[in-house]
Design a protein around this ligand. Structure first.
Ligand SMILES: Nc1ncnc2c1ncn2[C@@H]1O[C@H](COP(=O)(O)OP(=O)(O)OP(=O)(O)O)[C@@H](O)[C@H]1O
Ligand SMILES: [Mg+2]
Length: 580
């Protein structure tokens, strides 16, 4: 039930009860009062009649008495009777002459009997002659000619009930008016009292709907006003607290978003509650991540298992997760159980570290292998040499092999040292102005013979006055590697051409041949260390796969780059571009 109805109901019930009680009391009183009024009138009337009989002048003339009684009765609007001490009716305002004489003896009437005995009497009786209850009052006459007679006055009680009815009507009207007033006053009071409560209620509702600006305006100056003030203060504190919490959360989100590591948080229900951009770019979940289970969103059983398994607060699980899609990655996953349930997982991309480790492992394996081969040969030939000291021809043969293998090892070690120097941190080439024409001439003088031996055309073409700021020794080594490759891998009768020219932003040195070229699938990896196209043949030719790696490092050490253009069967062109 609404508080307004309750106040109104209570007020109305109280009003009705009060009015009812007062009404009931008044109702009785009004009845009694009316009766008392009639009684005192009859009493007074009877006394007046008795007194006038006591002061009667002359003899006891009954005719005069009856006439006098008639006059008095008419004046008093009542019935007046005078009865002798013996009970005979001497006079009556209702009867005259014969009718009067025919009236029966009244000595037995209760009021007459009482008056004759004690001076006064009263009774109520039904009168057939007027068909109503009558109130009789009798008083004894104490002196004069009528001494001992009884004077009686009677009034019909219908007057009492008429007075009562009138009084009741008035009372009822008053009660109805009171009731109407109670309803009006009750309605107003209920509205007045419940208004601040409704105001508070409205504020509470707006607060729960999220409207933190909701305030209650109650100025009744009572406890409700105090309550409103308290609520307003609480709402203000809440607003402030919410703003602070929001700012903290925004900050946290910004921090998590800004992390290079992928972050995912699961809730107590095991579903993802939060993630950052890095995580989404690692796993490309193709849709929102929040609200899904780790296996649905991440589609990686290792990661999902780790997140699902970690449930105890503070429990830490460390795992390596491999992704094959959208790109191949190795992630170090660190999952920590949360006190509130769920877990937080941090994915750290260790792909490049893993690759470096792999490259290092491969490198050591490759170097060991490359050294192992000539060393085995050397050991074998060393033993053969010990057995063949007596045969000078054999000794010479063995010495040739030993020299070749040693030179091969020496070249390998030299290339390795060059590479490690180029790769070492803080390495800077010793720059000077290098005249390209003289550099290429020197190259041609050293290698033209070897080319001719193999039946190759060796050509050079350098733009006049071309120069570069470069480390002359390194640049020479790079070009030499390219020329050496061309001579080594291009079939007899073809052509090798070294060129130098200006290009926008720098210069370009190229070594082009019209050999068999390099298969397309090998082109991307050709500059890697130890990478060779045809492993068997290259090994037979003595290459170890370090030459192009050195060329690439030299170009990059100068801030330039190396490019390969080749199509199978249509030769290969390597270009070193150096900035100005
Ligand atoms: N001009 C070319 N024509 C065809 N194939 C080539 C050419 N240059 C290089 N290659 C291929 O590229 C591979 C890598 O060359 P790279 O110079 O790095 O190593 P290598 O010549 O085998 O050994 P190294 O130069 O260390 O003695 C070679 O093994 C060869 O198969
Ligand atoms: Mg080479």
């Amino acid at each position: 039930m609404r508080i307004r109805s309750r106040i109104f109901g209570t007020y109305l019930a109280l009003g009705v009860a009060l009015i009812g009680m007062t009404g009931a009391m008044l109702y009785d009183t009004v009845g009694d009062e009316a009766l008392a009024g009639v009684e005192s009138r009859v009493e007074t009337g009877a006394r007046v009649v008795a007194a006038s009989l006591e002061g009667w002048e002359g003899g006891p003339d009954e005719a005069r008495l009856d006439a006098g009684v008639d006059a008095l009765a008419a004046a008093a609007d009542a019935r007046i009777t005078v009865v002798s001490a013996g009970g005979r009716v001497l006079a009556d305002s209702e009867f005259d002459g014969r009718a009067l004489a025919a009236l029966d003896n009244h000595a037995g009437r209760a009021e007459i009997r009482a008056a004759a005995a004690s001076g006064g009497g009263e009774s109520v009786r039904y009168s057939r002659s007027i068909d109503a209850d009558l109130l009789y009052r009798a008083v004894r006459v104490e002196s004069g000619p009528w001494d001992g007679a009884v004077a009686r006055m009677a009034v019909p009680l219908t007057r009492v009930s008429a007075a009562q009815a009138h009084a009741r009507r008035e009372l009822l009207t008053a009660l109805l008016a009171g009731l109407v007033l109670t309803v009006i006053a009750g309605t107003l009071l209920a509205r007045y009292l419940s208004a601040p409560i409704r105001e508070l209620q409205g504020m509470a509702r707006r607060l729960t709907e999220g409207d933190l600006a909701a305030r209650a305006r109650v100025d009744t100056g009572d406890e409700l006003a105090d309550l409103a003030m308290g609520l307003n203060a609480a709402a203000a504190a809440l607003t402030e607290q919410m703003a602070r919490t929001r700012a903290e959360r925004d900050q946290l989100v910004a921090v998590v978003e800004g992390m290079a590591e992928g972050v995912v948080v699961t809730g107590p229900d095991g579903r993802i509650a939060m993630s950052n951009t890095a995580l989404r770019s690692m796993f490309s979940p193709g849709g929102p991540v929040e609200g899904r289970t780790p296996i649905e969103a991440l589609r990686n059983p290792e990661a999902a298992d780790a997140l699902d398994e970690t449930s105890a607060p503070g429990q830490v699980v460390v795992r390596e997760v491999r992704l094959t899609w959208p790109v191949e990655r190795v992630l170090a996953l660190h999952v920590t159980g949360l006190a509130a349930g769920g877990a937080v997982g941090v994915f750290h991309d260790v792909t490049s570290r893993k690759r470096v480790e792999e490259v290092r492992r491969d490198f050591v394996a490759n170097v060991s292998h490359e050294l192992q081969t000539p060393l085995t040969t050397l050991v074998g030939y060393g033993e053969a040499l010990a057995d063949s000291v007596a045969d000078p021809v054999r000794v010479r043969e063995i010495a040739v092999v030993i020299r070749r293998q040693s030179a091969r090892m020496s070249a390998l070690v030299r290339d390795l040292l060059d590479l490690s120097r180029l790769e070492s941190e803080g390495f800077t080439p010793e720059l000077e102005v290098v005249e390209i024409e003289s550099l290429v001439r020197e190259l041609s003088e050293s290698w033209a013979g070897a080319a001719r031996e193999k039946g190759l055309d060796f050509e050079t073409g350098v733009e006049p006055a071309l120069s570069a700021r470069a480390d002359r020794r390194l640049l020479y080594q790079a070009l030499e590697n390219l020329v050496e490759n061309a001579i080594r891998y291009v079939p007899k009768g073809r052509r090798v051409r070294v060129e130098g020219r200006r290009v926008p932003g720098g210069i370009e040195l190229s070594v082009a041949d019209d050999g068999e070229g390099i298969p397309r699938e090998d082109q991307a990896r050709i500059f890697e260390r130890f990478y060779r196209v045809e492993k068997g043949r290259a090994r037979a030719g003595g290459g170890t796969g370090l030459g192009l790696a050195i060329v690439k490092h030299v170009a990059e050490a100068h801030g330039g780059r190396v490019e390969l253009e080749s199509a199978p069967g249509r030769g290969a062109t390597f270009r070193i571009r150096l900035p100005e």
